[in-house]
Design a protein around this ligand. Structure first.
Ligand SMILES: C[C@H](O)CC(=O)SCCNC(=O)CCNC(=O)[C@H](O)C(C)(C)COP(=O)(O)OP(=O)(O)OC[C@H]1O[C@@H](n2cnc3c(N)ncnc32)[C@H](O)[C@@H]1OP(=O)(O)O
Ligand SMILES: NC(=O)c1ccc[n+]([C@@H]2O[C@H](COP(=O)([O-])OP(=O)(O)OC[C@H]3O[C@@H](n4cnc5c(N)ncnc54)[C@H](O)[C@@H]3O)[C@@H](O)[C@H]2O)c1
Length: 291
C-alpha cells in the first residue's frame, strides 16, 4: 500500500470530492479549509454524495460510516499536514494564492511529503518554485464530480522527479482512478480542450444562436456528451471558468478571451450551482446554523 496519510487543503467543490474519493479508496484524509463554513458544507456534500451511491445500490450504510470515519475535518493547517505523506491543494484558481499556500505547507509538512496541486491550468512549475522541494511537487488534476470521474491528470513540473510521479500514479490507481501524464503547459490536455469547447458555447449563447436549454440539448443529444456545456460550466463554477479563461488567454491569446456575459455573471456573484444561479437557477442548501 503506497501513500496512506493524505491532507487536502481547501474543502470546496473539488476538495470535498477529492477527500471523499480518497476515503472511499481506504486512505486516511485530513481535510482543512480556512473557512469553517466551507468545512461544514464539505461534510454535508460528502454525506449527500455518499447517499447517491447508497441509492444507486453501490454502497451500504456501513461503508458510508467507514468512509466518513476516514475523513477528519481539521481547523488548523499544521494539524492537517504535520504527518502527511501527500498534501493535495484545492484552493481557488489564483497563482498568487496557491504560491502562498505552497510556501506554508512546504514549511509545515514532513520534508519527504509530496505536495500536489489540483489547479485546472496554472503553472505547476511556478507553484513548485515557491517551495524548497520542487522535485516533490506536481499537478494532480481531478475532475468534477471527483467521486464519479475516473481520471486524474498528472502534470509534471520542470523539476518533478520520476519517483514523485510514480508514487502519485500508484495512489491514484489504489483508489480506482486512471491516470495520464502530461507536460506542464497552460491548460494541460483536458482544460485546454474543454475551455475551447465551453467558451465557444457561451459565445453562441451570448450571440443568441439558441437558448441555454437548446444549446445544452444539442450538445448532449447531438454529440452524445453526458452534460450540456452551460450546465457543465454551472457545475464547474463560473468563477473558476473565468479564472481559467483569463489564464489561457495569457498563454494562447484571444481565442480564449472570456465572453463579457461570463464576466458579468461572475461580477454579479452568480457562479452557477455553488451560488444557486448561473446559466440556470438551483436550490442551494441553506447554510447550517451550527458551526
Ligand atoms: C475545469 C476543471 O479543472 C476540470 C473539470 O472538472 S472539467 C468537468 C469534468 N466533468 C464532466 O465533464 C462531467 C460531465 N457529466 C457527467 O459525467 C455526468 O453528468 C455526471 C457524472 C456528473 C452525473 O451523471 P449521472 O449518472 O447522470 O448523474 P445524475 O443523476 O444526472 O446527477 C447529476 C447530478 O449529480 C451529481 N453527481 C452524480 N453522481 C454523483 C456522486 N456520486 N457524487 C457527487 N455528485 C454526483 C452531479 O454533479 C449533479 O449534481 P446534483 O446532485 O447536485 O444534481
Ligand atoms: N470546479 C471544478 O470543476 C474544478 C475541477 C478541477 C479542478 N479545479 C480546481 O480546483 C481548485 C479549487 O476549485 P473549486 O471549484 O473546488 O473552488 P471552491 O471555491 O469551491 O473551493 C475553494 C475552497 O478553498 C478555500 N480556501 C481559500 N483560501 C484558502 C486557504 N488559504 N487555505 C485553505 N482553504 C482555502 C475556500 O474557503 C473554498 O472552500 C481550483 O484551482 C480549480 O481550478 C476545479
Amino acid at each position: 500500500m503506497g501513500l496512506t496519510k493524505i491532507a487536502v487543503i481547501g474543502a470546496g467543490l473539488m476538495g470535498s470530492g477529492i477527500a471523499q474519493s480518497l476515503a472511499m479508496g481506504g486512505k486516511r484524509v485530513k481535510l482543512y479549509d480556512s473557512s469553517k463554513q466551507s468545512l461544514k458544507r464539505a461534510e454535508d456534500s460528502i454525506e449527500k454524495s455518499l447517499q447517491r451511491f447508497v441509492k444507486a445500490g453501490t454502497m451500504n450504510e456501513e461503508a458510508v460510516f467507514t468512509v466518513m470515519e476516514h475523513i477528519h475535518p481539521v481547523h488548523d493547517v499544521w494539524e492537517a499536514v504535520k504527518d502527511a505523506e501527500l498534501v493535495i491543494e484545492a484552493v481557488p484558481e489564483s497563482l498568487s494564492l496557491k504560491k502562498l499556500v505552497f510556501e506554508e505547507i512546504d514549511r509545515l509538512a514532513p520534508e519527504e511529503a509530496i505536495l500536489a496541486t489540483n489547479t485546472s491550468e496554472l503553472s505547476v512549475t511556478a507553484i513548485a518554485a515557491a517551495t524548497s522541494r520542487p522535485d516533490k511537487v506536481l499537478g494532480m488534476h481531478w475532475f468534477n464530480p471527483a467521486p464519479v470521474m475516473r481520471l486524474i491528470e498528472i502534470v509534471q513540473g520542470e523539476d518533478t522527479s520520476p519517483e514523485t510521479i510514480k508514487a502519485v500514479e500508484e495512489v491514484s490507481q489504489e483508489i480506482g482512478k486512471e491516470t495520464v501524464l502530461v507536460k506542464d503547459r497552460q491548460g494541460f490536455v483536458t482544460t485546454r480542450a474543454l475551455t475551447a469547447h465551453l467558451l465557444e458555447c457561451i459565445r453562441m449563447h451570448e450571440e443568441g444562436v439558441a437558448n441555454a436549454k437548446d444549446i445544452d440539448k444539442a450538445i448532449r443529444l447531438g454529440l452524445n456528451y453526458p452534460m450540456g456545456p452551460l450546465e457543465l460550466a454551472d457545475l464547474i463554477g463560473l468563477d473558476t471558468m473565468l479564472f481559467v479563461s483569463e489564464g489561457m488567454t495569457a498563454a494562447y491569446g484571444d481565442r480564449f478571451l472570456p465572453p463579457q456575459s461570463l464576466r458579468k455573471m461572475v461580477e454579479a456573484g452568480h457562479f452557477g450551482r455553488k451560488t444557486g444561479k448561473g446559466f440556470y437557477t438551483y436550490t442551494v442548501q441553506r447554510e447550517t446554523s451550527k458551526q
